[in-house]
Design a binder for this molecule. Structure first.
Ligand SMILES: *Cc1c(COP(=O)(O)O)cnc(C)c1O
Length: 402
């Protein structure tokens, strides 16, 4: 195709991120379709016997089987890689498939890794329960404390893993400081960037080696499909991640890849508008509730760091109300517009009570040390008119006497 520029890196590399999110990776069939084609196929046929032999031998590019490659999935991988500014990307069936693959593909028995303790629940299950079964030791640290990262390093430390901002306390990790420390010790840093996405935060520019995603969240952005992605150097993706992925099979379906491709076309718009809406809602709540955790507010203990490393502080934040679990559940039950949901990154505004949902499997003392109190609520602000969200929260607060 004459104007099939989406796969041409010498052209896409010149584009700014918002343009890459719409066009990078696009590959057109001979029909010249404007919207990316959906290739629902598990296998491929060949004109002659030599072709598959050459492809299996790695001498010729081309599809062999959809566990390894699929045109729709490849378009998504190229688009995410370009958006992130990474040499390469591979997508997975869910965010957790991405997190698990990013760790297991590079760790062996006898290795050690360090994780910021404020991490997504299933990520902590993998590091606390799964990895030790295979002889991999994990040290959780307070991700905000650079000395804690330094002290945790051992001769066999291979990986630093963290989320920033982290769920639901909105703790930040200083990406540049922690990733520089990792580099100095030959440790690979992996950042779960699901809360911000490349539209709002670019960890590679601050020295991260690998960026992992739940594309389920803001990348899809409309609460439809599960998807994950791992971005990094070509050497990391092709030599470490790909052999693990193609042989263990956490493959993303072409349909889900297609949905995320469509989601990425509006990512920049949505991420910025949702972040702006979140700030409107946060400013209203700031005068109404005893504690609010939003990195965009001057009251957040790491507000300066948020300003340094985030383009905008994101669409998810938490706050506390008086009256513990009873009041928190009462407020959720009184909502008329905002949905009660533990999902995030949707066009619809969603709210959850972490202590009784996402963090319910942790012991109450562990929740307390993490700062997840009984009166804490987390909100993922969507694309509605923020004034309607403010009015809904106002009436719900009044309904519980606040
Ligand atoms: C949702 C989420 C995940 C897991 O993604 P799934 O697609 O649900 O498997 C991992 N990390 C963070 C920060 C998340 O929000």
């Amino acid at each position: 195709m004459k104007r099939d520029t989406g796969q041409n890196r010498s052209i896409t590399a010149k584009w700014r991120p918002a343009t890459r999110a719409v066009r990078a990776g696009t590959w057109r069939s001979e029909q010249g379709e404007t919207s990316e084609a959906l290739f629902v196929t598990s296998g491929y046929s060949y004109d002659d016997a030599h072709t598959p032999a050459a492809r299996f031998a790695g001498q010729e590019a081309g599809m062999t089987y959809s566990r390894t490659q699929n045109p729709t999935v490849q378009m998504l991988e190229e688009r995410i890689a370009m958006l992130e500014g990474a040499e390469a990307c591979r997508v997975q069936a869910s965010g957790m498939a991405a997190m698990t693959a990013s760790m297991l593909c590079q760790l062996s028995a006898g290795d050690h890794m360090v994780i910021a303790q404020a991490a997504f629940g299933p990520t902590r299950w993998v590091t606390d329960n799964l990895l030790p079964r295979f002889g991999i030791e994990v040290t959780p640290v307070d991700g905000r404390d650079l000395d804690a990262w330094q002290t945790a390093i051992r001769p066999n430390t291979r990986v630093f893993f963290f989320e920033t901002p982290a769920n639901p306390t909105m703790d930040l990790v200083d990406i540049a400081a922690v990733c520089t420390l990792a580099r100095e010790h030959g440790i690979t840093s992996v950042v779960d960037n699901a809360f911000a996405t490349a539209a709002l935060q670019r960890p590679l520019e601050f020295g991260a080696d690998v960026v992992a995603y739940a594309a389920t969240k803001l990348m899809d952005g409309q609460g439809r499909v599960l998807a994950g992605a791992v971005c990094g150097s070509a050497a990391f993706i092709n030599d470490k991640l790909l052999p693990f992925q193609r042989n263990t099979g956490p493959t993303l379906s072409p349909f889900n890849a297609w949905v995320v491709l469509k989601g990425l076309e509006t990512l920049d718009l949505r991420a910025h508008r949702q972040a702006d809406n979140a700030l409107v809602v946060a400013r209203f709540l700031e005068g109404r509730v005893p504690r609010i955790l939003h990195p965009g507010l001057a009251s957040h203990p790491q507000h300066d760091l948020a300003t340094r490393q985030m383009i905008k502080p994101g669409s998810i934040f938490s706050f506390e109300i008086e009256g513990g679990r009873t009041a928190a559940h009462g407020l959720l039950d009184a909502l008329e517009l905002i949905d009660i949901s533990n999902n995030i990154g949707d066009a619809k505004t969603l709210m959850t009570h972490p202590a009784s949902t996402t963090h319910s499997s942790l012991a109450p003392e562990v929740r307390e040390t993490m700062g997840v109190s009984e009166g804490m609520l987390r909100i993922s602000v969507g694309l509605e008119d923020p004034q309607d969200l403010v009015e809904d929260l106002d009436q719900a607060l009044k309904a519980v006497g606040l």
